[in-house]
Write a protein that binds this ligand. Sequence first.
Ligand SMILES: NC(=O)c1ccc[n+]([C@@H]2O[C@H](COP(=O)([O-])OP(=O)(O)OC[C@H]3O[C@@H](n4cnc5c(N)ncnc54)[C@H](O)[C@@H]3O)[C@@H](O)[C@H]2O)c1
Length: 270
Amino acid sequence: MAYNLLKGKKGIIFGALDENSIAWKTAERIHEEGGTFVLTNAPIALRMGQIDELAKKTDSEVIPADATSEEDLENLVAKSTEILGGKLDFVLHAIGMSVNVRKGRAYTDEKYDFTTKGWDISALSFHKVLQTLHKADAMNEWGSIVALTYMAAQRVFPDYNDMADNKAYLESVARSFGYFFGKDKKVRVNTISQSPTATTAGQGVKGFDGFINYAEKMSPLGNATALECADYTVTLFSDLTKKVTMQNLFHDGGFSNTGVSQEVMEQFAK
Ligand SMILES: NC(=O)c1ccc[n+]([C@@H]2O[C@H](COP(=O)([O-])OP(=O)(O)OC[C@H]3O[C@@H](n4cnc5c(N)ncnc54)[C@H](O)[C@@H]3O)[C@@H](O)[C@H]2O)c1
Protein backbone atom coordinates (compact mmCIF):
# COMPACT_ATOMS: atom_id res chain seq x y z
CA MET A 1 0.00 0.00 0.00
CA ALA A 2 1.30 3.49 -0.80
CA TYR A 3 0.49 6.65 1.17
CA ASN A 4 2.27 9.30 -0.92
CA LEU A 5 4.38 10.08 2.15
CA LEU A 6 7.43 11.22 0.16
CA LYS A 7 5.77 13.17 -2.64
CA GLY A 8 8.19 15.79 -3.97
CA LYS A 9 11.09 14.61 -1.80
CA LYS A 10 14.54 14.03 -3.30
CA GLY A 11 17.47 12.01 -2.08
CA ILE A 12 20.42 9.68 -2.47
CA ILE A 13 20.37 5.92 -1.78
CA PHE A 14 23.64 4.12 -1.08
CA GLY A 15 24.07 0.35 -1.06
CA ALA A 16 21.61 -1.32 -3.45
CA LEU A 17 23.53 -4.33 -4.81
CA ASP A 18 20.83 -6.84 -5.73
CA GLU A 19 17.15 -7.38 -5.06
CA ASN A 20 17.87 -8.75 -1.57
CA SER A 21 19.62 -5.54 -0.46
CA ILE A 22 17.80 -3.52 2.16
CA ALA A 23 18.62 -0.43 0.06
CA TRP A 24 17.00 -2.04 -3.00
CA LYS A 25 13.69 -2.59 -1.18
CA THR A 26 13.92 0.91 0.25
CA ALA A 27 14.42 2.42 -3.21
CA GLU A 28 11.33 0.58 -4.46
CA ARG A 29 9.24 1.76 -1.49
CA ILE A 30 10.45 5.36 -1.77
CA HIS A 31 9.56 5.30 -5.46
CA GLU A 32 6.06 4.04 -4.60
CA GLU A 33 5.71 6.82 -2.04
CA GLY A 34 6.47 9.50 -4.64
CA GLY A 35 10.12 10.24 -3.82
CA THR A 36 12.83 10.66 -6.46
CA PHE A 37 16.49 9.78 -5.99
CA VAL A 38 19.93 9.02 -7.32
CA LEU A 39 21.27 5.50 -6.73
CA THR A 40 24.91 5.00 -5.89
CA ASN A 41 27.32 2.20 -5.11
CA ALA A 42 31.04 1.45 -5.29
CA PRO A 43 32.28 1.08 -8.90
CA ILE A 44 33.02 -2.63 -8.40
CA ALA A 45 29.53 -3.29 -7.03
CA LEU A 46 28.06 -1.54 -10.06
CA ARG A 47 29.84 -4.02 -12.28
CA MET A 48 28.84 -7.07 -10.24
CA GLY A 49 25.35 -6.11 -9.11
CA GLN A 50 22.08 -5.46 -10.88
CA ILE A 51 21.57 -1.80 -10.05
CA ASP A 52 20.71 -0.81 -13.63
CA GLU A 53 17.56 -2.89 -13.38
CA LEU A 54 16.54 -0.98 -10.24
CA ALA A 55 17.38 2.35 -11.88
CA LYS A 56 15.12 1.55 -14.78
CA LYS A 57 12.30 0.41 -12.54
CA THR A 58 12.46 3.52 -10.37
CA ASP A 59 13.27 5.97 -13.15
CA SER A 60 16.51 7.04 -11.49
CA GLU A 61 20.13 7.66 -12.42
CA VAL A 62 23.16 5.82 -11.07
CA ILE A 63 26.31 7.67 -10.00
CA PRO A 64 29.29 5.54 -8.94
CA ALA A 65 30.97 6.51 -5.67
CA ASP A 66 33.31 4.71 -3.34
CA ALA A 67 31.95 5.85 0.02
CA THR A 68 35.50 6.06 1.42
CA SER A 69 36.53 8.65 -1.18
CA GLU A 70 35.84 12.30 -0.30
CA GLU A 71 36.30 13.23 -3.94
CA ASP A 72 33.72 10.66 -5.10
CA LEU A 73 31.27 11.85 -2.45
CA GLU A 74 31.68 15.52 -3.40
CA ASN A 75 31.04 14.61 -7.03
CA LEU A 76 28.04 12.48 -6.07
CA VAL A 77 26.39 15.22 -4.01
CA ALA A 78 27.03 17.93 -6.63
CA LYS A 79 25.69 15.79 -9.49
CA SER A 80 22.70 14.52 -7.50
CA THR A 81 21.44 18.02 -6.65
CA GLU A 82 21.90 18.94 -10.29
CA ILE A 83 20.00 15.88 -11.59
CA LEU A 84 17.23 16.16 -9.02
CA GLY A 85 16.94 19.92 -9.45
CA GLY A 86 17.62 21.14 -5.92
CA LYS A 87 18.70 20.26 -2.41
CA LEU A 88 18.06 16.84 -0.87
CA ASP A 89 15.44 15.71 1.64
CA PHE A 90 16.72 12.22 2.46
CA VAL A 91 19.87 10.09 2.35
CA LEU A 92 20.15 6.36 3.11
CA HIS A 93 23.55 4.92 4.08
CA ALA A 94 23.27 1.11 3.69
CA ILE A 95 26.94 0.15 3.47
CA GLY A 96 28.85 -2.53 5.32
CA MET A 97 31.84 -4.78 4.77
CA SER A 98 34.42 -6.44 7.00
CA VAL A 99 37.58 -7.73 5.37
CA ASN A 100 38.36 -9.81 8.48
CA VAL A 101 34.97 -11.55 8.15
CA ARG A 102 35.48 -12.07 4.43
CA LYS A 103 38.92 -13.58 4.90
CA GLY A 104 37.86 -15.74 7.83
CA ARG A 105 39.99 -13.96 10.45
CA ALA A 106 38.68 -14.38 14.00
CA TYR A 107 38.13 -11.37 16.28
CA THR A 108 41.14 -12.50 18.34
CA ASP A 109 43.29 -12.67 15.22
CA GLU A 110 42.44 -9.50 13.34
CA LYS A 111 44.68 -8.30 10.58
CA TYR A 112 44.72 -4.59 11.31
CA ASP A 113 44.98 -3.51 7.70
CA PHE A 114 41.72 -5.39 7.16
CA THR A 115 40.23 -3.81 10.29
CA THR A 116 41.12 -0.30 9.12
CA LYS A 117 39.66 -0.89 5.67
CA GLY A 118 36.43 -2.35 7.06
CA TRP A 119 36.08 0.54 9.50
CA ASP A 120 36.63 3.07 6.73
CA ILE A 121 33.95 1.44 4.56
CA SER A 122 31.41 0.57 7.24
CA ALA A 123 31.73 3.37 9.77
CA LEU A 124 33.89 6.37 8.84
CA SER A 125 32.16 6.52 5.46
CA PHE A 126 29.04 7.69 7.29
CA HIS A 127 30.94 10.64 8.73
CA LYS A 128 32.32 11.36 5.27
CA VAL A 129 28.83 11.33 3.76
CA LEU A 130 27.49 13.62 6.49
CA GLN A 131 30.43 16.02 6.30
CA THR A 132 30.16 16.24 2.50
CA LEU A 133 26.43 17.01 2.70
CA HIS A 134 26.96 19.53 5.51
CA LYS A 135 29.81 21.39 3.80
CA ALA A 136 27.96 21.54 0.49
CA ASP A 137 24.80 22.71 2.32
CA ALA A 138 23.05 20.07 0.23
CA MET A 139 20.17 19.18 2.60
CA ASN A 140 16.82 20.94 2.81
CA GLU A 141 15.57 21.97 6.26
CA TRP A 142 13.73 19.10 7.96
CA GLY A 143 15.62 16.61 5.82
CA SER A 144 16.40 13.16 7.21
CA ILE A 145 19.47 10.92 7.07
CA VAL A 146 19.44 7.22 8.05
CA ALA A 147 22.19 4.61 8.37
CA LEU A 148 21.67 0.91 9.03
CA THR A 149 23.21 -0.86 11.99
CA TYR A 150 23.02 -4.03 14.07
CA MET A 151 22.61 -4.77 17.77
CA ALA A 152 26.11 -6.26 18.00
CA ALA A 153 27.04 -2.64 18.78
CA GLN A 154 25.49 -3.16 22.25
CA ARG A 155 25.75 -6.92 22.88
CA VAL A 156 28.23 -9.56 21.88
CA PHE A 157 27.50 -11.83 18.92
CA PRO A 158 30.88 -13.59 18.56
CA ASP A 159 30.81 -14.15 14.79
CA TYR A 160 29.85 -10.57 14.02
CA ASN A 161 33.56 -9.91 14.55
CA ASP A 162 34.96 -6.40 14.00
CA MET A 163 31.67 -5.27 12.44
CA ALA A 164 30.43 -4.90 16.04
CA ASP A 165 33.02 -2.19 16.66
CA ASN A 166 32.25 -0.57 13.31
CA LYS A 167 28.56 -0.41 14.16
CA ALA A 168 29.28 1.10 17.59
CA TYR A 169 31.31 3.83 15.85
CA LEU A 170 28.59 4.34 13.22
CA GLU A 171 25.91 4.81 15.89
CA SER A 172 28.12 7.29 17.74
CA VAL A 173 28.67 9.31 14.55
CA ALA A 174 24.88 9.51 14.06
CA ARG A 175 24.53 11.05 17.53
CA SER A 176 27.49 13.42 17.27
CA PHE A 177 26.82 14.65 13.75
CA GLY A 178 23.08 14.66 14.47
CA TYR A 179 23.69 17.42 17.01
CA PHE A 180 25.46 19.68 14.50
CA PHE A 181 23.18 18.86 11.58
CA GLY A 182 20.17 19.59 13.79
CA LYS A 183 21.52 22.90 15.12
CA ASP A 184 22.90 24.15 11.82
CA LYS A 185 20.40 22.88 9.25
CA LYS A 186 17.38 21.35 11.05
CA VAL A 187 18.30 17.96 9.60
CA ARG A 188 17.81 14.75 11.56
CA VAL A 189 20.26 11.84 11.70
CA ASN A 190 19.34 8.37 12.98
CA THR A 191 20.40 4.75 12.77
CA ILE A 192 18.00 1.82 12.37
CA SER A 193 19.14 -1.33 14.15
CA GLN A 194 17.73 -4.03 11.93
CA SER A 195 17.06 -7.76 12.53
CA PRO A 196 19.40 -10.24 10.79
CA THR A 197 18.32 -10.20 7.14
CA ALA A 198 19.26 -12.59 4.31
CA THR A 199 21.34 -10.30 2.06
CA THR A 200 24.85 -10.54 0.61
CA ALA A 201 26.31 -8.65 3.60
CA GLY A 202 24.19 -10.59 6.12
CA GLN A 203 25.04 -14.02 4.74
CA GLY A 204 28.74 -13.18 4.92
CA VAL A 205 28.53 -13.57 8.71
CA LYS A 206 29.67 -17.03 9.84
CA GLY A 207 26.79 -19.24 11.03
CA PHE A 208 24.23 -16.83 9.60
CA ASP A 209 21.46 -19.46 9.35
CA GLY A 210 21.65 -20.30 13.04
CA PHE A 211 21.81 -16.62 13.85
CA ILE A 212 18.71 -15.66 11.87
CA ASN A 213 16.69 -18.65 13.13
CA TYR A 214 17.59 -17.90 16.74
CA ALA A 215 16.57 -14.25 16.34
CA GLU A 216 13.30 -15.35 14.74
CA LYS A 217 12.51 -17.56 17.77
CA MET A 218 13.52 -14.85 20.25
CA SER A 219 11.46 -12.04 18.71
CA PRO A 220 7.81 -11.85 19.78
CA LEU A 221 6.91 -10.40 16.37
CA GLY A 222 9.49 -12.43 14.43
CA ASN A 223 12.43 -10.96 12.53
CA ALA A 224 11.87 -7.74 10.62
CA THR A 225 12.27 -8.29 6.87
CA ALA A 226 14.14 -6.06 4.42
CA LEU A 227 10.81 -4.78 3.11
CA GLU A 228 9.65 -3.92 6.61
CA CYS A 229 12.93 -2.07 7.15
CA ALA A 230 12.20 -0.15 3.95
CA ASP A 231 8.77 0.78 5.31
CA TYR A 232 10.28 2.02 8.58
CA THR A 233 12.85 4.07 6.69
CA VAL A 234 10.06 5.67 4.65
CA THR A 235 8.46 6.88 7.89
CA LEU A 236 11.77 8.39 9.00
CA PHE A 237 12.11 10.20 5.67
CA SER A 238 8.53 11.49 5.88
CA ASP A 239 7.32 14.66 7.60
CA LEU A 240 5.67 12.55 10.31
CA THR A 241 8.91 12.08 12.28
CA LYS A 242 10.39 15.59 12.26
CA LYS A 243 11.65 15.63 15.83
CA VAL A 244 13.17 12.15 15.91
CA THR A 245 16.94 12.59 15.79
CA MET A 246 20.25 11.29 17.20
CA GLN A 247 18.57 7.95 17.95
CA ASN A 248 19.47 4.35 17.44
CA LEU A 249 16.08 2.84 16.64
CA PHE A 250 15.61 -0.91 17.09
CA HIS A 251 13.63 -2.50 14.28
CA ASP A 252 13.81 -6.11 15.34
CA GLY A 253 10.38 -7.52 16.27
CA GLY A 254 11.17 -7.04 19.97
CA PHE A 255 14.42 -9.06 20.05
CA SER A 256 16.48 -6.42 21.85
CA ASN A 257 14.19 -6.34 24.90
CA THR A 258 13.51 -10.08 25.15
CA GLY A 259 15.45 -12.05 27.78
CA VAL A 260 14.24 -15.43 26.63
CA SER A 261 11.24 -16.70 24.67
CA GLN A 262 9.07 -19.74 25.22
CA GLU A 263 10.37 -21.30 21.98
CA VAL A 264 13.99 -20.95 23.05
CA MET A 265 13.24 -22.28 26.56
CA GLU A 266 11.64 -25.37 25.05
CA GLN A 267 14.96 -26.22 23.40
CA PHE A 268 16.50 -26.53 26.87
CA ALA A 269 13.64 -28.13 28.82
CA LYS A 270 14.37 -31.67 30.03
N1 LIG B 1 21.71 -8.15 6.53
C1 LIG B 1 21.67 -8.04 7.85
O1 LIG B 1 21.52 -9.02 8.58
C2 LIG B 1 21.79 -6.66 8.46
C3 LIG B 1 21.33 -6.44 9.77
C4 LIG B 1 21.48 -5.19 10.33
C5 LIG B 1 22.08 -4.17 9.59
N2 LIG B 1 22.51 -4.42 8.32
C6 LIG B 1 23.18 -3.33 7.58
O2 LIG B 1 22.40 -2.96 6.48
C7 LIG B 1 23.27 -2.30 5.53
C8 LIG B 1 22.98 -2.82 4.14
O3 LIG B 1 23.40 -4.15 4.02
P1 LIG B 1 22.54 -5.33 3.36
O4 LIG B 1 22.28 -6.33 4.41
O5 LIG B 1 21.41 -4.77 2.60
O6 LIG B 1 23.61 -6.02 2.39
P2 LIG B 1 24.15 -5.72 0.90
O7 LIG B 1 25.34 -6.59 0.75
O8 LIG B 1 23.06 -5.87 -0.07
O9 LIG B 1 24.58 -4.18 0.97
C9 LIG B 1 25.85 -3.72 1.40
C10 LIG B 1 26.28 -2.66 0.41
O10 LIG B 1 27.49 -1.99 0.78
C11 LIG B 1 28.10 -1.60 -0.45
N3 LIG B 1 29.49 -1.20 -0.30
C12 LIG B 1 30.54 -1.96 0.12
N4 LIG B 1 31.68 -1.25 0.06
C13 LIG B 1 31.35 0.00 -0.39
C14 LIG B 1 32.10 1.18 -0.67
N5 LIG B 1 33.41 1.24 -0.47
N6 LIG B 1 31.43 2.27 -1.11
C15 LIG B 1 30.09 2.24 -1.32
N7 LIG B 1 29.33 1.14 -1.07
C16 LIG B 1 29.96 0.04 -0.62
C17 LIG B 1 27.97 -2.90 -1.27
O11 LIG B 1 28.27 -2.72 -2.62
C18 LIG B 1 26.52 -3.25 -1.00
O12 LIG B 1 25.66 -2.63 -1.94
C19 LIG B 1 24.69 -2.53 6.03
O13 LIG B 1 25.12 -1.39 6.76
C20 LIG B 1 24.52 -3.69 6.97
O14 LIG B 1 25.54 -3.78 7.93
C21 LIG B 1 22.37 -5.63 7.74
